[in-house]
Design a protein around this ligand. Structure first.
Ligand SMILES: Cc1cc2nc3c(=O)[nH]c(=O)nc-3n(C[C@H](O)[C@H](O)[C@H](O)COP(=O)(O)O)c2cc1C
Length: 372
C-alpha cells in the first residue's frame, strides 16, 4: 500500500493545505467507519497479523497504536483497527469546547518527512465528546482493541486550576475509554508545559486519584502522562518520582518538540520558522533517547508508549529495544499512508523471530539492557 499511496494518493493530498487534506482523509475514514462493508474491505487489504501485548492491565492485539491528535473528534473510531492498529488514542479533549489557534496551523516539511503544528487543542469539549463516544458504543461498532483518550487543559482555565479542569474531563469520560493520557506537554497551549513540573503534576494526579476513588465498585482506569522531548533528563526523573505514590500507569514519550534541525536550505528554514511543535523524522532520535532513559531509570517496571518519528520497521524496533512496550504513529501515516500499521506489525514479528525472542517482554528494552 505504501507505494501506491506515495505514488497516487499522496500527491493529490499534498496539493491541499495540510489541515484540509487531514480533514478530507478523516471524512473518508469517517464514511468507512459508518458503513461496515467499506470498513471490512479496508480490513481485508490493511488488517495486521496478531502480535499480542499486555500492558497496564489491558490486552492489545498488536503494539502499534494511533497517536493523539489524529482523531480529535472521534470521527473514525471503528476504522483504526481495520487499518491494522492495535489501539488508538483519541483527542486531545479539554473540559471546555475550543476552536484552537487560527489557521494556518499545520505545516509540512516534506524534505524531512516532518510536520509542524500549532493546532491548540481544537476539540468539541468533554461533554459533546462523551456523547459521540456513547453513540459509537450503542452503534455496536466499537472496536475490539483498547481505546485511550488524551486529556488537555482548556485554554481559558488558569494554570492554578488545571487539576480541576483535567479531573472534570476525566469524570465525564472515564467510563467510555480503557485508558487516559494526561497531556501536559503540548507546546501549543500557553504555559501548559509548566505542568510537567513535579508539584503541578502531583496536584493533577491527586485530583485524578480522587476522581477514581469517587467511583466505588469500578476498577481504576490506567492513567499515563505524556512528556515533551524538550525536558531535561533530571526533569524526567522528577516526574518518575510520582510513579508509585500517584499510581502512574505509564509514560507516553514523546510529544512534539519546539526544537528545530539546523538547515542552510532557505525553503526548509522558512517552514521551521513557524511556531509550533515539530513531529516526524527529526524527532526520532531524541524520543528514543528519552524512552531509553525512562526504561533504565525504572528497570523497565513502568510501561512506556514510544512515539516520535517512527516511519519504518527499524524505527519501531529501535524504540521497542530501547524500552517501549507499545508504539504510536502520527506523522509517518501522512507520509507513508494507511498501509503503515500492517507493515510495522509484520516487520516487528519478523524482528522478534530473527532475534530469537518468543516473548514480547524479552524484546522490550533488550538494547537498553546491554548497551551502556
Ligand atoms: C497535527 C497534530 C496534532 C497533534 N495533537 C496532539 C494532541 O492533541 N495531543 C497530544 O498529546 N499529542 C498531539 N500530537 C502529537 C502526536 O500525538 C505525537 O506525539 C507526535 O506527533 C510525535 O509522533 P510522530 O512523529 O509519529 O508524529 C499532535 C501531532 C500533530 C502532528
Amino acid at each position: 500500500m505504501s507505494w501506491p499511496y506515495r505514488r497516487f494518493i499522496r500527491p493529490i493530498l499534498f496539493q491541499q493545505d495540510p489541515e484540509r487534506a487531514h480533514n478530507m482523509a478523516l471524512t473518508m475514514l469517517g464514511l468507512a467507519a459508518k458503513f461496515p462493508p467499506l470498513g471490512n474491505a479496508l480490513e481485508s487489504f490493511l488488517g495486521a497479523p496478531p502480535l499480542p501485548v499486555s500492558a497496564f492491565g489491558l490486552d492489545f492485539p498488536n503494539p502499534v497504536g494511533l497517536a493523539a491528535g489524529m482523531d480529535k473528534f472521534a470521527t473514525a473510531i471503528p476504522v483504526w483497527e481495520k487499518l491494522g492498529f492495535g489501539f488508538c488514542e483519541l483527542g486531545g479533549v479539554t473540559w471546555h469546547a475550543q476552536s484552537g489557534n487560527p489557521p494556518p496551523r499545520m505545516f509540512r516539511a516534506v524534505a524531512d518527512e516532518a510536520i509542524i503544528n500549532r493546532m491548540g487543542f481544537n476539540n468539541p469539549g468533554a461533554d459533546i465528546f462523551s456523547r459521540k463516544l456513547k453513540a459509537w458504543k450503542t452503534s455496536h461498532r466499537w472496536p475490539r482493541h483498547p481505546v485511550g483518550i488524551n486529556l488537555g487543559k482548556s485554554k481559558v482555565t488558569p494554570l492554578e486550576q488545571a487539576a480541576t479542569d483535567y479531573a472534570s474531563s476525566f469524570r465525564q469520560l472515564r467510563d467510555l475509554a480503557d485508558f487516559f493520557v494526561v497531556n501536559v506537554s503540548s507546546p501549543n497551549t500557553p504555559n501548559l508545559r509548566q505542568l510537567q513540573d513535579k508539584s503541578a503534576l502531583d496536584e493533577i494526579f491527586a485530583a485524578l486519584q480522587e476522581a477514581q476513588a469517587n467511583t466505588p465498585g469500578q476498577p481504576p482506569k490506567p492513567i499515563l502522562v505524556k512528556v515533551a522531548p524538550d525536558l531535561t533528563l533530571t526533569a524526567l526523573d522528577e516526574i518518575l518520582e510520582l510513579a508509585i505514590p500517584r499510581r502512574l500507569a505509564g509514560i507516553v514519550a514523546t510529544n512534539t518538540t519546539i526544537s528545530r534541525p539546523k538547515t542552510t536550505d532557505a525553503a526548509r528554514q522558512k517552514i521551521y520558522n513557524e511556531t509550533g511543535g515539530l513531529s516526524g523524522k527529526p524527532l526520532r532520535e531524541r524520543s528514543t533517547e528519552i524512552i531509553r532513559h525512562l526504561y533504565r531509570q525504572t528497570n523497565g517496571k513502568l510501561p512506556v508508549i514510544g512515539v516520535g518519528g517512527i516511519a519504518t520497521v527499524d524505527d519501531a524496533w529501535e524504540k521497542i529495544t530501547a524500552g517501549a512496550t507499545l508504539l504510536q504513529v502520527y506523522t509517518a501515516l501522512v507520509y507513508e499512508g494507511p498501509g503503515l500499521p500492517r507493515t510495522l506489525v509484520e516487520g516487528l514479528r519478523e524482528k522478534m523471530a530473527f532475534a530469537g525472542f518468543t516473548r514480547w517482554q524479552d524484546a522490550v528494552g533488550s538494547a537498553a539492557r546491554t548497551a551502556v
